[in-house]
Design a protein around this ligand. Structure first.
Ligand code: MEV
Length: 321
């Protein structure tokens, strides 16, 4: 039986979440782990396309019944693939999807699953697709769940490279520093809904625009400075910028006691910098460290401070993509 598999990375915002929604720059990297996987395999020629969601032990037959909240993205992926590319038939294949990325934790699980699914479909049916087209298609699926996402998740995940992202502008790919560094991620165990948190921030901003505009502007400046520090391998500097960004995220009201506990634990264990990453209120935080030993120390500090899960990971970039 013929089949083709693809994977897509998770993403981590090092600086700039929330401000990026309002047109300020944000610095994000694609992560080698965790990741999402998708496989397209041959099925009976007349069989309706079946989507298997392995993590949910769920099978959805595209011909039968309306999609649910869980399968809605896949209905959109099938519809977009078929509409855009004639080579993708309406019957005779199965799409199986799984992901190691916890849902609603700020690591871009939805965008990674969509990206892996599109890549498996296009690979299987020999449809050429540039990273930009892929990113645009993932964005369309993201809109189903996040309303008006900034576009950072689909961009960094589809490109698989560190970027300084600014809505509506050409993306700036960043070179990867030669000096080694590690990222340690701590997950609070509390999933969040990005669209709800973004909407609450928008409401708070409408009530006090001057305060929020000033915070977003400063966050944007941290991201631009962070991009330079990142490329030069100035991790101590980058760490300081992350800590300042955390303070500003706390002022925005998107942090939480659990996140702050983990950030504090990472800093006490020797991280250069630590902050929540993604929409906040739960989800995950990330710490920047210089060595494998330091990463192990920070990871163990996160685990003893209540992290539901922790990961030491490295970034993905075009040379090792
Ligand atoms: C979510 O990963 C990051 C936010 O800035 C929302 C967005 O950029 O769409 C909170």
């Amino acid at each position: 039986m013929r089949s083709l598999s693809a994977s897509a990375p998770s993403k981590l915002i090092l600086l700039g979440e929330h401000a990026v929604v309002y047109g300020h720059p944000a610095l994000a990297v694609a992560l080698r782990h965790p990741q999402a996987q998708a496989t397209v395999s041959e099925a009976g020629r007349d069989a309706a396309v079946c989507v298997e969601l392995k993590d949910f032990s769920l099978r959805w037959n595209s011909g039968h019944g309306a999609p649910t909240a869980v399968t809605r993205s896949f209905a959109r992926i099938l519809e977009m693939s078929g509409r855009r590319f004639k080579a993708v038939p309406e019957r005779g294949w199965t799409l199986s999807v799984s992901s190691d990325i916890p849902l609603g934790c700020g690591l871009g699980s939805g965008a990674a699953v969509s990206c892996a699914a599109f890549q498996a479909i296009f690979g299987y049916f020999n449809v050429p697709c540039t990273p930009q087209v892929l990113s645009d298609m993932v964005y369309e699926v993201e809109k189903l769940h996040h309303g008006t996402p900034s576009g950072i998740d689909n961009t960094v995940i589809s490109m698989g490279r560190p970027v300084l992202f600014r809505k509506g502008e050409a993306m700036r790919f960043l070179s990867v520093p030669k000096a080694p560094f590690f990222l340690v991620i701590g997950y609070t165990g509390k999933a969040h809904k990005t669209s709800e948190i973004v909407a609450e921030v928008a409401k708070a901003k409408a009530a006090d625009p001057a305060k929020y505009d000033a915070i977003f502007k400063e966050i944007g400046e941290l991201s631009s400075r962070g991009a330079e520090a990142f490329q030069k391998g100035l991790f101590r500097e980058l760490g300081k910028l992350m800590c300042r960004n955390q303070e500003l995220l706390e002022e925005l009201g998107v942090s939480s006691l659990e996140l702050e506990n983990l950030v504090r634990a990472a800093m006490e264990a020797g991280a250069f910098g630590a902050k929540l990453s993604g929409a906040g209120r739960g989800g995950c935080m990330a710490a920047l460290v210089e060595s494998a030993d330091s990463a192990a120390r920070v990871r163990s500090a996160l685990e003893s401070s209540g992290a539901a899960m922790s990961i030491v990971t490295e970034i993905l970039h075009h040379e090792n993509a």
